[in-house]
Write a protein that binds this ligand. Structure first.
Ligand code: 5GP
Ligand code: ZN
Length: 118
């Protein structure tokens, strides 16, 4: 399996340390860091080290990467003291608000969550 990286991608640059970020947890295949523009008391982005443009592409890679994002998010939530009360969001596609095309799970918590999200 070839590790994929995109030298132009902001989150690939965070993975290699070329762009600084407040990292909260690192795994063998994943990195979790605080969102620069937090929308909740806890707002952490959980990403694979490997570059995939969105969650569907990561799922198609078929290596259990998306499962791992979910597991890592749970560990981050525990570390943040919010237990298992959080929202996990994959914005997919420009029309749904995706702006960075390196798959990332938004982990949001520490406040009440409205539904529907708007
Ligand atoms: P999207 O809109 O693609 O779902 O989410 C991208 C997220 O990345 C946004 O919540 C945005 O605030 C965050 N973001 C954008 N640039 C940076 C950055 O340089 N560092 C960090 N930590 N977060 C960023
Ligand atoms: Zn990338």
């Amino acid at each position: 399996q070839v590790a994929q990286s995109d030298p132009e991608c902001l989150f690939c640059k965070i993975v290699v340390g070329e762009v600084p970020a407040e990292i909260v947890r690192e795994g063998e295949r994943t990195v979790a860091f605080r969102d620069i523009n937090p929308q909740a008391p806890t707002h952490v982005l959980v990403i694979p080290r490997e570059h995939h443009p969105d969650v569907a592409a990561a799922a198609r890679a078929g290596t259990g990467l998306v499962d791992e994002l979910a597991r890592e998010a749970q560990e981050v939530a525990r570390g943040e003291g919010i237990g298992s009360d959080y929202r996990l969001v994959f914005n997919t596609g420009t029309g749904a608000g995706q702006t960075v095309f390196h798959v990332h799970a938004h982990l949001l918590g520490g406040r009440g969550m409205e539904w529907p999200p708007g």
